[in-house]
Design a protein around this ligand. Structure first.
Ligand code: IMP
Ligand code: MG
Length: 180
């Protein structure tokens, strides 16, 4: 796998150190609030597992799974393939995501969960790729791990064709891998 990576963008050590910093902020933010921490599958799994262990307050865990809707919709909408099972009405909810790219998926997730009337709803994304944001998407993540340049990245949960999720770092894939 490593031989397919052109450049390591964020090392394992940098990721873990940033997660500890975010953990301190989130621990303060959610003290006494028993938050529901919602992960968006599948890209978030590795970040989720590390992040929740640094949020040192009682909490509940839940997951959503989206799929993009192919069909007559030219904009390529999203559908909920697996919804949260915890009743989040009146609860403090934190969304964890792998990457905020065009913004379609987080924007959809945010509005979907907001419609369930949580007491509060915040977003923590490991990566933010602001150059790719679709015009009209104005949502601002409350917590960002790292801002990344406009390149396709893999590792630490992020995939290319379902591969490379188990790399411990975030890297840029070599362009000849796409062409194979
Ligand atoms: P969106 O474009 O912000 O809706 O991102 C949708 C999803 O695409 C993200 O949650 C990721 O799972 C995936 N994605 C976006 N950019 C990348 C990337 O650079 N590498 C791997 N997956 C990505
Ligand atoms: Mg994702």
């Amino acid at each position: 796998m490593d031989q397919d990576i052109a450049q390591i963008l964020i090392t394992e050590e940098q990721i873990q150190s940033r997660i500890r910093e975010l953990g301190e902020e989130l621990t303060r933010e959610y003290a006494g609030k028993n938050p529901v921490i919602v992960g968006v599958l599948k890209g978030v799994v590795i970040f989720y597992a590390d992040m929740v262990r640094q949020i040192k307050v009682p909490c509940q865990m839940d997951f959503m799974w989206l799929s993009s809707y192919q069909g007559t919709s030219s904009t390529g909408g999203m559908v909920v393939k697996r919804d949260v099972t915890v009743d989040i009405q009146g609860r403090h909810v934190l969304i964890l995501e792998d990457i905020y790219d065009t913004g379609n998926s987080l924007d959809f997730t945010y509005r979907h969960l907001l419609s369930k009337n949580p007491a509060s709803l915040k977003i923590c994304t490991l990566l933010d790729k602001p150059e790719r944001r679709k015009p009209g998407i104005t949502l601002k993540p409350d917590y960002v791990g790292f801002t990344v340049p406009n390149a396709f990245v893999v590792g630490y949960g992020l995939d290319y064709n379902e591969q490379y999720r188990n790399l411990p770092y975030v890297g840029i894939l070599k362009s000849d891998v796409y062409e194979k």
